[in-house]
Design a binder for this molecule. Sequence first.
Ligand SMILES: Nc1ncnc2c1ncn2[C@@H]1O[C@H](COP(=O)(O)OP(=O)(O)O)[C@@H](O)[C@H]1O
Ligand SMILES: [Mg+2]
Length: 310
Amino acid sequence: MIKFEHVSKQYRGTPKPALDDVSFEVQRGEFVFLIGSSGSGKTSCLRLILKEDRPSRGAIHVLGQDLGTISTRKVPFFRRNLGVVFQDFRLLPNKTVYQNVAFTLQVIGQSRGFIQEAVPDVLETVGLGGKGDRMPHELSGGEQQRVAIARAVVNKPQILLADEPTGNLDPATSAGIMAVLQRINAAGTTVVMATHEAGLVDQMQKRVIELVGGRIIRDEREAGYGDTVAIPVLKPAPAPAPEQPVVVQLPTGVVAPVAAPAGARIVTAPVTVVAPEVAPPLELGIAERLGLRPTGTEGAPDGADQGGEA
Ligand SMILES: Nc1ncnc2c1ncn2[C@@H]1O[C@H](COP(=O)(O)OP(=O)(O)O)[C@@H](O)[C@H]1O
Ligand SMILES: [Mg+2]
């Protein structure tokens, strides 16, 4: 699902590489913590997965595609398979909760009917049922992050990347966010979360990949953060893929059951139904930041519902 082969990343004008000969593989359905102190290379790693940047050396495969050969034109479409959540939420301040989540779908041209079903469903999933009409500033930090998560997963991405998603939240609120991420993972989405917060990682007992100075010093299944420091252990993770996955068929617009059997593969009706080559030129700056901006195009497709004001 995600494969790094001897990946190094050195930014221009820096003496040391941000990532140094990093190799790992993440299987479908895994929940992986990418841990390490500030500056250890976590964000660089996530940006490479999103193809927001290119490695200086090595190869990266995501969802079966070699990111080194994927054309610029195809990058926006590739990114539709990935949801992203950031530490600072990045909500649109002048839109309601509902509009924030719907916006992503409007940009990629989903039908009004799909949006009207999917948005309330996903808000329910993240524990915000009934709060669709609120404005971001009327929400707590934890609630704002739930909106951001809803937005990231509403189009059912195969992979959810979260970069320090609890970095601005208190421990109790963070635990709630972790529960949401776990629920999304249980429903079949692969989750990679970067964090330096030991407490969370210890509680979750998930796979941990630890970076120090851009190098992987530990890759362990069901680990806690605290096991680290003294004796780094390198254990390649066995592939968890079951031989005969349970397949759960969901109708379009249904956002994942709360709990699926371990190893279950969730199958939904295709969500990339109406994916026009061209997206509406609405708030492109933000769309771009969300990885939604198509390249080399202007103008809106017929019938694209832009909803809301800018
Ligand atoms: N755009 C950039 N240009 C130059 N150096 C960068 C850039 N982004 C990150 N770095 C450097 O790369 C290293 C890893 O950074 P980063 O991936 O952001 O780590 P983390 O997310 O773990 O804090 C740091 O030394 C950082 O200063
Ligand atoms: Mg970072």
